[in-house]
Design a protein around this ligand. Structure first.
Ligand code: CTP
Ligand code: MG
Length: 485
C-alpha cells in the first residue's frame, strides 16, 4: 500500500475527465474537505456540466480554498488541475498557510478514461478528452518543477484509507502491539450515571477485551479543568482499582499519577502492595510531585513549594521501595531512615514505579535514580530532548538508561472515520481553532493513531497511556481495539 499522505494538507488533483479524481477524493476525504469546480457549477449554475457557470464557480472555488487554507484545514481541490497558473497560486496559498502541498496526478490509462467517459450520461466530446490526455502527459514533468512537497501518481485503483479494524481476539496472550509497545487506557472522566460500579466494571472489561495492557486512573481530589467540571465525579483511585482488581481480566492496574503531596508515601506503598496482592501482581504506581493547589487547599492538605514537593516525591519513592523490599530490618537511605520495614503483605513481584513529569533538572533526575519508567506528555518537538536529558541523568547516577522505560501520555481525538473524527473535533474544541485542536490531539482514526504509536515505538517508547476526552462508556473503549493490535 502506498505511503500515507500528510494531513492536514493542501491536495490538488490533476487528471483528465473520467480519470477518477472525484472518486479518489471521495474515498479518502470528507465531503466538506473537497472543493470541486463541478459541484460549484451545480451550485451557481444549472448543474455540474453548466460551462456557462464556470467563471462564477471558479471565483467561489478560490474563495473557499483561501478560507479553508487560512484556517489550516485540509483542502482538496477537485478540478482538472491542468492549468499551471492556477496550480501555482494554490501551491503558494498552501505554503502561506503553512500546510504541506500535495499534487495527486490521476494517470489513468487513456483507454480507461475514454471508456469511462463514454459510459457517462454527459460525456466530454472526444477531441476535448484527447487534448486533456495529451496535456496530462506534460503535466507530470511540470509538477516536479513546481516544487510540491509530495507528488503522488495514481495509476490504478488504490485501496481506500483503512478505517477502524474489527475488534481484537478476546484472549490476546501478549499485550504488546505488533510495533512492540503496550497501550494502557487511562480513565479520567466518569460519566457513570446511576450505577458507578457497573459502569466502571463494564469499562474495564471492555478494555480487557479490546486488548489494552492495563487501566490507569488519575489521582485527583477534584476533577481537573482540563478534563471536566469541578462537580463531575472523580473517584478515589486506590479504592476504585481495588474494585477492578476483583474482575477476571489481565489488565495491569495503577495510578497515573499519584501526587506525593496527597498521602504519606508509606500509605501509598501499602495501597499499592495491597492492590498488587489482590490483583495477582498486576499493580503499578505512577507518582508525581502534584501541581494543583486548589485540590490541596480544598481538602485541608498543605501545598508545599515546588522544591519541597519534589523532595517528597524523591523521599516517597525511597520509602515505598524500602517497604516493598524483603525482610523487616531498619532502612537507612539517602533521604529516608526507618527504624523497621515491617510491611505485609509484600507485593507479589517487583512493583513498577512510573515517575510522571518532564522537569529536566529534578523530575527526570529522580526518574533516573529511582524510577522504573518515566511518563511525559508526548510532544514531538521536545520528546527526543527530554529522553537525552533523562539518559544523561542516568549516566551521572550510574544507572543503565535502558532500565528506565519511556512512557507517554497521549490525549488524542479518535474517530471511526474521517467524518466522525471531525464531528468530535467540532464537539470538543471549545474556542480553540479546529485545525489547531486537531493538530494538538492528533485527531484521526484508529488506523492513524496506530501508525503514530508505531512511530513512538521506534523512538523507544514502551507504553502509551491513552486518555479520551469524550470517553462515555464501554462502547468507546471497544472502538479502540485496533490501537492494541
Ligand atoms: N471510476 C471507476 N473506477 C475508478 C474511478 C472512477 O469506475 N477507480 C468511474 C466513476 O464511477 C465515474 C467515472 O469513472 O463513473 C469517472 O470518475 P470520476 O471520479 O468522476 O472522474 P473525474 O476525474 O472526477 O472526472 P471529471 O474530471 O469529469 O470530474
Ligand atoms: Mg470529478
Amino acid at each position: 500500500m502506498s505511503e500515507r499522505l500528510p494531513d492536514p494538507a493542501l491536495v490538488v488533483l490533476v487528471g483528465a475527465s473520467g480519470s477518477g479524481k472525484s472518486t479518489w477524493a471521495r474515498d479518502r476525504y470528507r465531503a466538506e474537505e473537497v472543493v470541486s469546480s463541478d459541484a460549484l457549477r451545480g451550485v451557481v449554475g444549472s448543474g455540474p456540466h453548466d460551462l456557462d457557470a464556470s467563471a462564477d464557480a471558479f471565483a467561489l472555488l478560490e474563495t473557499i480554498v483561501a478560507a479553508r487554507l487560512g484556517r489550516g484545514l485540509t483542502t482538496v481541490v477537485d478540478t482538472l488541475g491542468l492549468e499551471p497558473e492556477r496550480r501555482r497560486a494554490w501551491l503558494a496559498a498552501g505554503r502561506a498557510a503553512g500546510l504541506p502541498a500535495v499534487a495527486v496526478l490521476l494517470a489513468t490509462p487513456d483507454g480507461e478514461c475514454r471508456r469511462r467517459n463514454a459510459a457517462r450520461d454527459r460525456p466530454v466530446p472526444a477531441p476535448v478528452l484527447a487534448a486533456q490526455l495529451t496535456r496530462v502527459r506534460a503535466v507530470a514533468d511540470e509538477l516536479v518543477d513546481e516544487g510540491w512537497d509530495v507528488v503522488r501518481e495514481v495509476t490504478g485503483p488504490e485501496p481506500p484509507a483503512p478505517t477502524t479494524p474489527a475488534a481484537a481476539p478476546a484472549t490476546a496472550p501478549d499485550r504488546r502491539t505488533s510495533a512492540g509497545l503496550e497501550v494502557v487506557l487511562q480513565v479520567s472522566r466518569f460519566p457513570w450515571g446511576e450505577d458507578p460500579s457497573a459502569w466502571l466494571r463494564a469499562v474495564a472489561l471492555a478494555a480487557d477485551r479490546a486488548g489494552f495492557a492495563g487501566l490507569a486512573l488519575m489521582d485527583h481530589l477534584v476533577q481537573i479543568p482540563q478534563v471536566g467540571r469541578a462537580w463531575d465525579p472523580i473517584p478515589e483511585p486506590w479504592v476504585t482499582l481495588g474494585h477492578l482488581a476483583a474482575l477476571d481480566t489481565s489488565l495491569t492496574l495503577g495510578t497515573l499519577v499519584t501526587p506525593a503531596s496527597f498521602r504519606p508515601a508509606g500509605i501509598v506503598a501499602k495501597h499499592a502492595a495491597t492492590l498488587d496482592v489482590l490483583s495477582g501482581g498486576r499493580a503499578f504506581v505512577g507518582v508525581g510531585a502534584g501541581w494543583w493547589e486548589r485540590e490541596h487547599l480544598g481538602f485541608g492538605l498543605p501545598f508545599p513549594s515546588d522544591r519541597e514537593r519534589l523532595d517528597l516525591l524523591e523521599s516517597g519513592i525511597e520509602t515505598m521501595r524500602a517497604l516493598w523490599g524483603p525482610g523487616t530490618r531498619a532502612y537507612d537511605g539517602r533521604r529516608v531512615s526507618l527504624p523497621e520495614t515491617t510491611a505485609y503483605p509484600r507485593p507479589v513481584g517487583p512493583l513498577p514505579v512510573i515517575v510522571g513529569g518532564g522537569g529536566e533538572r529534578r523530575t527526570l533526575r529522580i526518574a533516573a535514580r529511582l524510577g522504573d519508567a518515566v511518563n511525559v506528555r508526548f510532544d514531538p518537538a521536545t520528546f527526543d530532548h527530554k529522553v537525552a536529558v533523562l539518559r544523561g541523568h542516568c549516566r551521572e547516577v550510574g544507572r543503565d538508561p535502558s532500565d528506565v522505560a519511556l512512557t507517554v501520555l497521549d490525549l488524542p481525538v479518535v474517530g471511526r472515520d474521517r467524518d466522525d473524527v471531525w464531528a468530535r473535533v467540532e464537539r470538543l474544541r471549545g474556542r480553540t481553532a479546529a485545525a489547531a485542536y486537531a493538530r494538538r490531539t492528533h485527531a484521526g482514526t484508529v488506523a492513524d493513531h496506530r501508525e503514530r504509536y508505531a512511530d513512538l515505538a521506534a523512538r523507544g517508547v514502551s507504553t502509551v497511556f491513552v486518555s479520551l476526552h469524550d470517553l462515555a462508556g464501554p462502547d468507546d473503549v471497544e472502538a479502540l481495539a485496533g490501537l492494541t493490535r
